[in-house]
Design a protein around this ligand. Structure first.
Ligand SMILES: [Ca+2]
Length: 135
């Protein structure tokens, strides 16, 4: 069964993702903020090169080595609290690792984010434009 296979894969990745989360949580308050995330990610990649995390599933390793994860902070922060909690981290990372082309998925997510920013800017522009027009 496909769902069982997926569940087994997620279970196999979980300890590694948890280890990485602890490594990112420099202040040890149980959540990772954007600074910890960006600074920590470089440390993780370096530690990975030294095989510090043991025999990590290759699909998971590839995501970290892509170096693109730092751009996904806001996507991982599902509840938009400004911090990433362990559940958000485990869910997003296992989701990405189970994609057949994870780096492509990361790129698409990044593009979507960039588009959302542009839309916000456009919205703000029209708001301003209309206000000027009506005065
Ligand atoms: Ca959060």
């Amino acid at each position: 069964m496909r769902t069982q296979l997926v569940r087994r894969q997620v279970q196999a990745m979980k300890p590694f993702i948890s280890d990485i989360f602890c490594e990112l949580d420099a202040s040890m308050d149980g959540v990772v903020d954007v600074n910890e995330f960006q600074i920590g990610m470089e440390r993780i990649v370096e530690a990975m090169r030294l095989h510090k995390f043991g025999k990590m599933p290759p699909e998971l390793k590839a995501i970290f080595e892509s170096g693109q994860l730092t751009e996904l902070f806001e996507w991982i922060d599902v509840d938009k609290s400004g911090t990433i909690d362990p559940q958000e981290f485990i869910d997003s990372l296992s989701y990405l690792a189970l994609q057949s082309a994870p780096t492509e998925t990361i790129q698409i997510l990044h593009l979507l984010r960039a588009q959302a920013v542009q839309l916000e800017e456009l919205g703000a522009y029209f708001k301003k434009y209309c206000r000027i027009d009506s005065s």
